[in-house]
Design a protein around this ligand. Structure first.
Ligand code: ADP
Length: 629
């Protein structure tokens, strides 16, 4: 964060404490407003990007006025950092959480009881559990600060049920003021926070979400890991975080980087706390520069000179994207964020969400609540997908997503404004050809079939439906079939076409399609990547909805191996149809594997375990959705 001073002059006492305790000369934008709200006991909601300086806004008032401030904080490591930092500055702060032994907890309770502690950090579970109510009531709480307040909202990306119950405190501590802080909150989430916490006439302090020193690029994922390696190479000796979706991905990408001579390590929630701390410390001390991590590597990263954040796949929400990219360039110096995107990411997230949903239902969860949660998550995902697949200025899109106003023409710091995207000049015409083909096949076919027709294929299905006789047959024959698939997917990603949510989704026209056909909107499509000539025999699979082509490729490799070992033809091991079903449904146990077409009792014992292992390795362990962090 660059230090841009707040505009109003600081009251003398405030300036003095700021200088004496923290050694800072001035406050940053919105800090003063937040501090004043706290001092005048007015509830507030402060939304400021990571690194903006939210903590100071509830710490400083506690030194200017009598009374205890209680901070609800979600992570023990965060509490520890804050308490250590305050203690080092000579401020009397303590924490009470479940990770402490009885003696430490009693000692800290005693400090609070005796009025010595000005700031008490507590985990939300303990706060809502009620075990501290007696103590807190007897000393009185002047103010509650709720850190990471977006966790309170179903509409946020990180909902935690115990946060929702923090609202109970409002009824118990009627005279205390409440100050919610978060780095990420859309207008919807903001409203939810205010309502859920019962904030009364809160000061709404919404910071600027733009990080002009970050150059944001979103590229199509084509070469998989090779693209990541190439990218990381640009930052020799500099701090880089690569975010990946699953634990297994982090391990494999880190191994690949090491193999290519780049020292890298992985980080995820499956590591022991000692291992995790070791990675954090080494990264902070610059003993290691490249960490490949899941979202678990986040809060508490203490390194301001991270020069690049790379996403190996699309995050599940703009909130995640914003928070993760926000870790780059906190020193205000230029930094780069590159996201490698593929439309398959959207499908993968959806499959994982559907999988966790059905598991939660099976475990007896409240179906209505789970459905609402599912829908909310899907909307967040859609928003992220729109950002990733779209061609609007990335900075502008993010600022507007968080409810801010964008007043510049160009950010000059994203692939769109830097004109790095290769747009197809004849986009409108191509789009119309695709739309009329959808109409000609009577909105009854999927992406694969449409691309066959448009690229002029004489595949059996095309001939069977006599689609080679349509006027749209072969209209895009100068494109490879895969490129046509890419174009159709772009149209779907942009909302110019719909896709049914059936087992075999079909492509449908919508209002936007009609507007394009009538020439009312202009659209822009990106030039699809040239298909690589590989020996992979998965091109058909990529045309089939929901089948993960990379996984299918691995399953086929396994089949070849098994067939060679057992000296049988490949189809005897498993048919293509069976492998495709595996690559689509991602079974996570032998029980679910048994439901796949073509797997009977015998094969469940002979071959299924080896193929399950391939799927596990690919997706990141058996209970993949749980281990995403
Ligand atoms: P947030 O909670 O918003 O992510 P922090 O409260 O952790 O941010 O602050 C980020 C960094 O900015 C910290 O190192 C903090 O000491 C520093 N900081 C906060 N306020 C100021 C200020 N007014 N002047 C200079 N540095 C500040």
């Amino acid at each position: 964060m660059v230090d841009r001073p707040s505009e109003r002059p600081l009251p003398r006492e405030m300036a003095q404490v700021l200088k004496e305790i923290w050694g800072f000369e001035s406050l940053r934008p919105l800090q003063q407003e937040a501090i004043e709200a706290n001092l005048s006991a007015r509830d507030s909601l402060l939304v400021m990007p990571t690194g903006g300086g939210k903590s100071l806004t509830y710490q400083l008032p506690s030194l200017l006025i009598d009374g205890l401030t209680v901070v609800a904080s979600p992570l023990i490591s965060l509490m520890k950092d804050q308490v250590d930092g305050l203690t080092a500055n000579g401020v009397s702060a303590a924490s009470i959480h479940s990770g402490q032994d009885e003696a430490t907890r009693n000692h800290n309770r005693h400090q609070v009881q005796s009025g010595q502690t000005k700031l008490l950090y507590v985990s939300p579970e303990l706060l809502v559990g009620g075990s501290l109510n007696g103590l807190l009531r007897s000393v009185g709480v002047r103010a509650f600060a709720i850190d990471e307040a977006h966790c309170i909202s179903h509409w946020g990306h990180d909902f935690r049920p115990e946060y929702r119950r923090l609202a109970d405190l409002r009824h118990i501590f009627k005279d205390s003021s409440f100050h919610a802080c978060t780095a990420t909150a859309t207008p919807e989430v903001r409203q939810d926070i205010c309502e859920a916490l019962g904030l009364s006439d809160p000061a709404l302090l919404i910071g600027n979400f733009d990080r002009p020193n970050l150059t944001l690029r979103i590229r199509r994922r084509e070469g998989g890991r090779a693209q990541i390696v190439d990218q990381v190479r640009h930052y020799r000796g500099e701090g880089v975080i690569v975010y990946a979706l699953s634990r297994k991905d982090t391990e494999q990408i880190a191994a690949r980087l090491c193999k290519d001579g780049i020292v890298a390590t992985h980080y995820h929630a499956g590591l022991s706390s000692v291992q995790r701390e070791r990675v954090q410390t080494k990264f902070a001390r610059e003993e290691i520069n490249v960490v490949v991590a899941t979202v678990a590597f986040g809060m508490g990263i203490d390194r301001s000179n991270i020069r690049a954040v790379i996403h190996a796949s699309m995050p599940r929400s703009i909130e995640h994207y914003q928070q993760e990219t926000g870790r780059a360039g906190r020193d205000g110096e230029p930094a780069e964020c590159v996201l490698f995107y593929s439309y398959a990411d959207l499908d993968r997230w959806r499959r994982l969400a559907a999988h966790s949903f059905s598991e939660a239902v099976e475990e007896g969860g409240d179906v209505d609540a789970l459905q609402e949660d599912f829908r909310a998550k899907d909307e967040l995902l859609e928003d992220m997908n729109r950002l990733a697949s779209g061609m609007r200025c990335r900075h502008k899109s993010i600022v507007e997503y968080f409810g801010g106003r964008w007043e510049r023409d160009s950010c000059e710091a994203c692939d769109v404004c830097l004109e790095e995207i290769d747009l197809l000049p004849e986009s409108d015409q191509l789009a119309k050809m695709i739309l009329s083909c959808v109409a000609r096949v009577k909105q009854s076919f999927g992406v694969g079939h449409l691309s066959e027709v448009l690229s002029g294929s004489e595949a059996q299905a095309v001939l069977k439906w006599r689609h080679h006789e349509l006027s749209t047959w072969g209209l895009l024959k100068h494109f490879h079939k895969k490129e046509v698939v890419h174009l159709i997917h772009q149209m779907i990603d942009h909302g110019y076409l719909d896709r049914s949510r059936d087992e075999r989704p079909i492509v449908l026209l919508n209002d936007e399609s009609m507007r394009i056909l009538r020439g009312e909107v202009e659209i822009q499509l990106v030039r699809p990547p040239k298909p690589r000539e590989t020996s992979r025999s998965v091109s058909q699979a990529e045309l089939e909805e929901g089948v993960d082509a990379d996984l299918l490729y691995r399953l086929k490799k396994k089949r070849k191996e098994v067939a060679r070992e057992q000296e049988v033809p490949a189809y005897v091991v498993f048919s293509d149809r069976t492998l495709k079903a595996m690559a689509k449904h991602l079974p996570s146990s032998l029980r679910t594997m048994r439901m796949i077409h073509g797997i009977g009792d015998a094969k469940i014992q002979t071959h299924a375990p080896a193929f399950l292992k391939v799927i596990d390795d690919y997706c990141g362990d058996g209970d993949r959705d749980i281990k995403l962090d």
